[in-house]
Design a protein around this ligand. Structure first.
Ligand code: MTE
Length: 323
């Protein structure tokens, strides 16, 4: 049962995606647990940025230079919408987790890099930020639930982290894990989910210039609910590939079985490239709803990024590349 207490800052129904698709997704979990009770509690906090920026030691780094390579022809999604309509199951299986996510401590934040690398390492997020060439990119984001947005992310190309890690020839995949901390993330107390949230890319995908590690948004540090202090943006893939709040990168020979794939491999695969012609088993992927404008738009193959990534997949046969 979902108990929903509408707050003043919540979006009017007319501005958000119908939750029917999202609720469908929750059906996966039926039978895996008894009735879940999701209650949003806690006093209303001031809107996120006043709070988040104050405590984030990286705030002085932003804004960073804009990289205009990846053009957007749609309106930017207002910050107030992209930071209050989120998927972050660690904090609840509903869209309004932004308050709950404020409980996540983002300093100290250590990133571990291991597996098939010349030398395993642990590095604090602020030291990592000093080593990386920060830039801003405007990206489209297309969720598998058929909603989308446009966000000015700041961060650095994932290939720069790969360079720092010096993978060996054994590395075929890059696996990324989210933090694990049951004491702040109530979702992680729900044992039927295969925590930690895990995602992966092939090395070719990870070193494609489009794969971006996000550390900021709207010219400020990225909000906790959007994946502070470090999240992936792989904009040609469904949004569930863009893992949030990463603590661990592992280079492996073996393809990982990712979070949603473990829950239902018939609906959420490893590749998850956006394709309007390949429906989700329970809904069409032909269109998407822009959460900023409320408009319904035609979905583009590879979310419109085919010119940069389509060739990666040309020789891959016998795989479900679009789910
Ligand atoms: N990362 C973690 N750790 N936990 C999650 O539940 N949800 C994914 C992805 N990354 C998720 C995650 C999904 S389904 C989507 S659509 C995007 O985050 C949502 O990102 P946003 O909240 O910034 O829009």
């Amino acid at each position: 049962m979902l108990i929903k207490i509408r707050k003043g800052w919540e979006l009017p129904e007319s501005r958000v995606t119908s939750e029917s698709n999202y609720l469908n997704r929750r059906d996966i979990l039926k039978g895996m647990a008894g009735a879940g009770l999701v209650v949003s509690i806690g006093a209303s906090l001031p809107f996120r940025n006043a709070l988040a920026d104050e405590m984030d030691p990286s705030a002085g780094l932003y804004p960073v230079p804009h990289n205009g390579m990846y053009k957007i022809t749609r309106p930017m999604t207002p910050e107030k919408i992209s930071t209050t309509y989120n998927n972050f199951y660690e904090f609840g299986s509903h869209k309004t987790i932004w308050e709950a996510a404020q409980a996540l401590p983002i300093r100290p934040w250590t990133v571990r890099i291991d597996g098939a690398v010349e030398k395993e390492m642990e590095i604090g997020i602020d030291d990592l930020l000093k080593k990386m060439p920060l830039e801003e990119r405007n990206y489209r984001h297309r969720c598998v639930e058929a909603w989308s947005m446009v966000v000015p992310w700041s961060g650095f190309p994932l290939k720069e982290l790969v360079k720092l890690a010096k993978p060996t020839s054994k590395a075929k995949y890059l696996v990324m894990h989210t933090f694990e901390n049951k004491s702040v993330a109530p979702g992680q107390r729900q044992f039927w989910y295969p925590w930690p949230y895990t995602e992966g890319l092939t090395m070719e995908e990870a070193t494609n210039d489009l794969a971006f590690l996000v550390t900021g948004m709207y010219g400020k540090p990225v909000s906790k609910q959007n994946g502070a202090p470090l999240r992936l943006a792989a904009p040609w893939k469904y949004g569930f590939k863009s893992v949030k709040s990463i603590t661990h990168f592992t280079f492996t020979e073996k393809r990982p079985v990712t979070f949603w794939e473990k829950l239902n491999d018939n609906e959420y695969g490893f590749w998850a490239n956006v394709n309007p012609e390949v429906p989700h088993p329970r809904w069409s992927q032909a269109t998407e709803r822009d959460i900023g404008t409320g408009e319904h738009l035609s979905t583009q193959i590879f979310n419109g990024y085919g010119e940069y990534v389509a060739e990666i997949y040309e020789d891959i046969k016998g795989e479900s590349l679009y789910m």
